[in-house]
Design a protein around this ligand. Structure first.
Ligand SMILES: [Cu+2]
Length: 148
């Protein structure tokens, strides 16, 4: 009985450590207008979550720039189309757009940027999306963000 209890406790401890949530992810972007992931999962136990965006291509940001933008899936088309008009100096995002939950700046080849946001901004039961708002990129460069 005692041995069994100890075994269960050890198992709980071990799985607890194994399951410790990683509250950050690195997303790479390329000259092929792509991200290296289509789905990001955020553990509910994370207070904040950090996304580091890298660019492994060779093209400069005015030609093949990328950013990482988070909004609800429903808001994504509107954020992207308003962002297109904002221009590269504004990272192709409308200034003060409340629909944007988090975003990096636009980066070019060899550059990186990261953003950290409060996970409490995400509500259970809402679909979230990430995308690049560089004009024309959203068709290829988007994915889902899920709170789990
Ligand atoms: Cu892009």
């Amino acid at each position: 009985m005692f041995a069994k209890l100890v075994a269960v406790s050890l198992l709980t401890l071990a799985s607890g450590q194994l399951l410790a949530a990683e509250c950050k992810v690195t997303v790479d972007s390329t000259d092929q207008m792509s991200f290296n992931t289509k789905a990001i999962e955020i553990d509910k136990s994370c207070k904040t979550f950090t996304v580091e965006l890298t660019h492994s291509g060779n093209l400069p940001k005015n030609v093949m720039g990328h950013n990482w933008v988070l909004s609800s899936a429903a808001d994504m088309p509107g954020v992207a189309s308003d962002g297109m008009a904002a221009g590269i100096d504004k990272d192709y995002l409308k200034e003060g757009d409340a629909r944007i939950i988090a975003h990096t700046k636009i980066i070019g080849a060899g550059e990186k940027d990261s953003v950290t946001f409060d996970v409490s901004k995400l509500k259970a039961g809402t679909d979230y999306a990430f995308f690049c708002s560089f004009p024309g990129h959203i068709s290829m460069m988007k994915g889902t963000v899920t709170l789990k």
